[in-house]
Design a protein around this ligand. Sequence first.
Ligand code: NAI
Ligand code: OAA
Length: 327
Amino acid sequence: MSSTPLKVAVTGAAGQIGYSLLFRLASGALGDRPIELRLLEIEPALKALEGVVMELDDCAFPGLAGVKIGSDPNEIFDGVNLALLVGARPRGPGMERGDLLSANGAIFTAQGKALNAVAADDVRIGVTGNPANTNALIAMTNAPDIPRERFSALTRLDHNRAISQLAAKTGTPVTEIKKMTIWGNHSATQYPDLFHAEIAGKNAAEVINDQAWVEDYFIPTVAKRGAAIIDARGASSAASAASATCNAARDWLNGTPADDWVSMAVVSDGSYGVPEGLISSFPVTTSNGDWSIVQGLEIDDFSRAKIDASTAELAEERQAVTELGLI
Ligand SMILES: NC(=O)C1=CN([C@@H]2O[C@H](COP(=O)(O)OP(=O)(O)OC[C@H]3O[C@@H](n4cnc5c(N)ncnc54)[C@H](O)[C@@H]3O)[C@@H](O)[C@H]2O)C=CC1
Ligand SMILES: O=C([O-])CC(=O)C(=O)O
């Protein structure tokens, strides 16, 4: 393992997710390698961010090699190996993700360009800020010199939510649930697919053996969990989103176990009929910082319709940001 610190940029670092994410990263969520944090915020939030940095200092984290803050992406992204793009306008009560497209498009255009100009050659970019898939598409398109495979949008929170629901339903530890898949968009159209998942080594759909539960409870509970949390908390999920952001980055950099896979929204190569170029969630394995889409899964008519509906929404979002001139 390299002892040179991994340079990790976090945008929106003074926000809700940032307040959980920074402390997880600094305490070793990505592994034993020390990290240097590069924190990007808008000018008015820098004072609050200074307070968060005081708290990071006060934790005396052994693995935190340095912290730099600022509002200029060209300075903050300089030489970064990992960029976690969290900063965006979050959804409030009654808002759909479409409302966020134009509000957030400009942010991801500028950040894509800055990453293209100054990030390290090995940079990996994870987008958490919503609408995450399309924000990642905007950043990727505005960073033509960075390989497209280096961009990913977060569907790991949905993946974790799906695992948790299956664990609760079957009384099984979460560690026994493997090969969960989220397909499509990080939105209410996403398709949490348990037909290839395993519970203690057995096919999850066969263990559950209750299609009505899958259709009427499992899928909507996972897909609408974000809205349920906003409704209950009056603010969108933050600690769980930070946790999933760490899980996704750790697995991307360090690899997935041989008997499992994870869900990541990555650029489609046309696999499973998902239109080429969309950033859509797939089952993936990772190794040495690279991902590959798990191939050869059988997709029945029920799953096909669900995947198609979510990817159609992604194609509409792509069309909308094309018309806005963002890509
Ligand atoms: N993909 C996922 O699973 C999830 C995504 N989210 C999304 O994550 C995003 C952040 O959520 P919160 O932390 O709760 O929001 P927040 O509003 O608490 O924090 C966002 C921060 O981003 C900053 N920001 C805005 N424009 C920026 C820019 N151009 N550069 C740098 N920073 C900028 C704001 O000043 C603010 O501090 C939202 O878009 C939210 O919808 C939230 C939960 C789950
Ligand atoms: O739903 C939202 O706006 C926040 C989010 O992405 C989630 O919790 O999955």
